[in-house]
Design a protein around this ligand. Structure first.
Ligand SMILES: NC(=O)c1ccc[n+]([C@@H]2O[C@H](COP(=O)([O-])OP(=O)(O)OC[C@H]3O[C@@H](n4cnc5c(N)ncnc54)[C@H](OP(=O)(O)O)[C@@H]3O)[C@@H](O)[C@H]2O)c1
Length: 343
């Protein structure tokens, strides 16, 4: 017995990770529905050793479901999540559809799990780059107060879904075979390149910023419940399959010693410190892939500002930046008694 659960977008990069995590963390599912587009209906996935058939995501598919883990893109969420809520489901949504809505908590458990209690059916998972940044910012903000953050990201192609992975792999294979690489999803060749444009189409905002950058700015303020935190960001796609990295400059309100910062980060929930550059101990995306924590290294005082720090952080954006964060929210719902596990 347990919770009647559904995954919306089960064939995607995040959906596949949901399947792995529910199994790995022994989440108390009584039953699991796997939903995707009509293209995937009838195909199967394996969950806990059993073959489960994918159903087309339609409003009626949510009848009798209690928890929905949703990751099928913003427009699908806008259409289907209210239908699921109408049918009594609690939805943890990975898309940007409801993140900034009043009445929808935007939650990273390590930072603001208390906000889960305010939900009215939907809990939003923040953007992956935001999640990875706010986990190590939390202990710094609690003790010294974060005044300003300057973030530069190095984002993996899987952040653009399964198609992002396929495009990089195909371009690498084409180049190795002496063929002209095909550019389709990303605006320029991504193999052996760096593209300062996320999302890859549209998303142009005021002042020359792009949507991903604006998400990091706005979502950080909402998660901390503090509009005074100033954030500026440049988001860059790099030819890495999985795991985002970020170079973060953080200005603090109170004086600090770098040893205290290292200790506070090492003690923080969800953070692993790897910081001994002389011995090549620092996080890199290949080693942080498939790990739960956000890893922090290269911790040093900003040479131009004694009130600021430079940090290098890596976090698996499909795991902590998406599926794991959502499953942790679901686990917290159970712990808080807001999602009953029937005996
Ligand atoms: N990838 C990341 O690192 C990441 C991180 C944080 C948040 N997110 C967000 O999570 C969402 C999914 O991302 P992803 O990377 O997993 O994308 P993806 O690999 O492209 O997968 C998209 C999923 O949505 C399903 N889908 C598409 N159209 C649908 C429709 N009309 N009805 C029902 N299902 C439909 C797809 O099913 P079919 O296979 O049947 O087409 C697939 O299961 C996006 O909103 C993304 O922004 C992604």
């Amino acid at each position: 017995m347990g919770i009647k659960t559904a995954i919306l977008g089960a064939t995607g990069a995040v959906g596949q990770e949901f399947l792995k995590l529910l199994e790995e963390r022994d989440f108390p599912c009584e039953s699991l529905k796997v939903l995707a587009s009509a293209r995937s209906a009838g195909k199967t996935v394996t969950f806990r050793g059993q073959t489960t058939t994918i159903e087309e995501a339609r409003p009626e598919a949510f009848d009798g479901v209690e928890l929905v883990l949703s990751s099928a893109g913003g427009s699908v969420s806008k259409a289907l999540v209210p239908e699921a809520v109408k049918r009594g489901c609690v939805v943890v949504d990975n898309t940007s559809a409801f993140r900034m809505d009043a009445g929808v908590p935007l939650v990273v458990p390590e930072v603001n799990r208390h906000a889960i209690r305010e939900h009215q059916g939907i809990i939003a998972n923040p953007n992956c780059s935001t999640i990875i940044m706010v986990v190590p910012l939390k202990p710094l903000h609690s003790r010294w107060g974060v005044k300003r953050v300057i973030a530069s990201t190095y984002q993996a192609v899987s952040g653009a879904g399964q198609k992002g992975i396929s495009e990089l792999e195909q371009q690498v294979a084409d180049l190795a075979a002496g063929r002209e690489p095909k550019v389709a999803l990303f605006p320029k060749q991504i193999a052996y390149n760096a593209i300062p444009r996320i999302p890859q189409r549209g998303g142009l905002c005021d002042g020359g910023y792009l949507e991903e950058e604006v998400k990091m700015i706005r979502e950080t303020k909402k998660i901390f419940g503090d509009d005074s935190i100033q954030v500026t960001a440049t988001c860059v796609r790099v030819p890495i399959i999985r795991c985002h990295s970020e170079s973060i400059n953080v200005e603090l309100a109170e004086p600090f010693r770098v040893e205290e910062i290292r200790e506070a980060l090492a003690a923080a929930e969800g953070v692993t410190v790897q910081d001994d550059v002389a011995n090549d101990v620092y996080p890199v995306p290949l080693e942080v892939s498939n790990q739960d924590d956000v890893f922090v290294g290269r911790i040093r005082v900003d040479n131009t500002n004694p009130q600021a720090l430079n940090l290098w952080i890596c976090g698996d954006q499909i795991r902590k930046g998406a599926a794991l964060n959502a499953v942790q929210i679901a686990e917290d719902l159970v712990k808080m008694g807001m999602l009953a596990v029937k005996a």
